[in-house]
Design a protein around this ligand. Sequence first.
Ligand code: NAD
Length: 340
Amino acid sequence: MSKKYRVAVLGAGDMANHHVQGWQLAGHEVVSVTDVDLERANTLAEKAGVKQVYSDFNQSIIQPDVDIVSIALPLINHGPAAILAANHGKHVFCEKPLASSLEEVERMQAAVEEAGVKFGLGFQRNFAHGVELTRDWVKKGLFGSPMVFNSDLLQEVRPKITMHDKNGNQGPVVDTCCHFFLMWQTVFGSKPKKVYARGGILGKDRQEIAHFEELAIDTAIITIEFESGDIGTMTISWGLAKHTKMRGRADRLIGPKGGAEGYFNTWGTDSGAEIHLFIGDQEETVPLENRVLHQVEFEAFIEALENDKPVPYGFEQGKEMLKLSYAVLESIETGKVIYV
Ligand SMILES: NC(=O)c1ccc[n+]([C@@H]2O[C@H](COP(=O)([O-])OP(=O)(O)OC[C@H]3O[C@@H](n4cnc5c(N)ncnc54)[C@H](O)[C@@H]3O)[C@@H](O)[C@H]2O)c1
């Protein structure tokens, strides 16, 4: 068992709830919760037995009893919170996407390197059992080559409206596609080469997001070719009508020798307990382990910290995914194939 680290969780929203639970299950102490919405912070702190509550992260980060700052705030806060934490010698764990811009990434990385602290990024979905299994099957050549990986995500206009702000969370291409791009990259064991995408804003007439100066693209069809010759492709939308019951389809991976179908990087309460494997004329149902992915990702972060190893996911992957998301948006804007 490692040392018991003292963690300040920033935010008290959906992801912060997972952070608090994940850190506690991994055997560490959450010393504070911070949220501008103090009622939310108090509710989470009470539920999880956390003693200290703050409304201003400039206060909670600098406390001497904090070893790790765990950022689960909207995207515009990732950079400022991470830089302040590093400047005060705290290790940083931050939700994806990494930052609001590639320039901000440089500032965050400089602060972390200058302070000599560890930085980890929240790609917990890549720790799912389904990603591990499909990656191993591909390594063994089970499906042959080349392969096509098809993912899908359909949701209605998000109640968290900042997700639709081009200058806020920047829409699903930046906010959510990164999980799928990273999964494809992991499973193929190859880096992306070029991108072609088309897209638009299905929710452009919706009143609840009309006040934003610029709306983010909420719907896209994306194709990424990898150096291996494999192809990842997805349909993503956050623009569906209110209360629509339509949902994305399962991931499908196909190659000349067979394929697999299931929700490979699912987490939380999503359905996805098995993968269907098709090889030749054979069909097999492979059960998936139910993992608490935040616990797993925090344990991996601490292992890297204690053994001075590279983190599983950090600046390198965060930057790659951000560049890829921006290449998708550039392709949508210009109609061109973008080389990455
Ligand atoms: N890893 C994943 O699978 C995953 C899933 C969803 C969201 N996220 C990411 O997690 C982050 C948080 O998303 P969420 O879904 O928890 O959002 P949320 O809206 O549920 O929670 C964010 C919280 O931050 C608080 N907040 C906003 N500005 C603040 C400030 N300046 N200081 C203190 N508190 C502030 C809000 O009051 C809110 O309670 C985002 O970056 C998002 O992209 C990751």
